[in-house]
Ligand binder design. Sequence first.
Ligand SMILES: Cc1cc2nc3c(=O)[nH]c(=O)nc-3n(C[C@H](O)[C@H](O)[C@H](O)COP(=O)(O)O)c2cc1C
Length: 289
Amino acid sequence: MRISGYWLASGVLGMTASLLRRVARNGADAVVTKSIGLTPRKGHDGPVLTVSHGGLLNAVGLTNPGIDAFVDELSDLATIGVPVVLSIFGNSLDEIAKVASKAAEVRPSAIELNLSCPHAEISQISHDPQLTYRYVKTVKDLVSCPVFAKLTPNASDIVSVGASAERAGADAVVAINTVRAMRIDIHQRRPVLGNRFGGLSGPPIFPIAVRCVYDLYQALSIPVIGVGGVSTWEDAVEMHLAGASAIQIGTGVLWGMDVFKRVREGVEAYLREAGFSELSEIIGLAARS
Ligand SMILES: Cc1cc2nc3c(=O)[nH]c(=O)nc-3n(C[C@H](O)[C@H](O)[C@H](O)COP(=O)(O)O)c2cc1C
């Protein structure tokens, strides 16, 4: 699939075929599903979501119906109208292999490996270059569609993790997943979320995402898919300048599903006014200067 445009990020509205179709009709160039594992999973006890500093703090805990039920839900991908990227996770190499083989049966446009949810057991994978290598290689050896590795900003060295994913054959890296964070209720004097800590998303993490995209773009040869805090065309331009070929938007859909269209039109107007003829002319421009 072409790695360009403005996509729905994983976990946000990506649970059912009808929601994905709605997002596509509202202008997303591609959609990424909620991350799916081998078996049904309830997730964490509530509260699982709170607002914070203009963003969201969630500890949903990878709630999902399991790959068998999900494959039925997505049996006819063509009805969604845009490329569908299936996000998967697994707690072991054996598990990720089983999920990937089943996911490939519905012929998704690509598979995105969630190696990086900060409030579930899998959180450690993309902290470790060797583990990341093994997960990516296992899936690459099994499926014929493109494979993307989704990375965490919580790793001490995101570039070496990204380089490992590239060596293992990843077709792109996706940066970033949510940032490990917590809030405390000052009246009850205890953590707000049932799980105590969770992942921060939306505008507060935007500069962290830009830094990660910039560093990865400079070090890797595969495309970088930027995600984290984008909600305006100005954010999107900045992320393209840092090196993002495509951009995913998650929390930004809270302020209207027309976000994909608004961002695309704003970026196009920016390119015209600044005298560029193609988006590719600005991708990574700030990282090359
Ligand atoms: C409620 C919620 C659920 C999420 N679930 C997933 C998930 O299942 N898999 C995943 O890879 N990322 C998940 N994410 C992370 C997003 O895909 C994205 O990486 C992150 O929110 C940063 O982008 P944003 O600021 O545009 O939301 C979730 C985010 C939110 C807010």
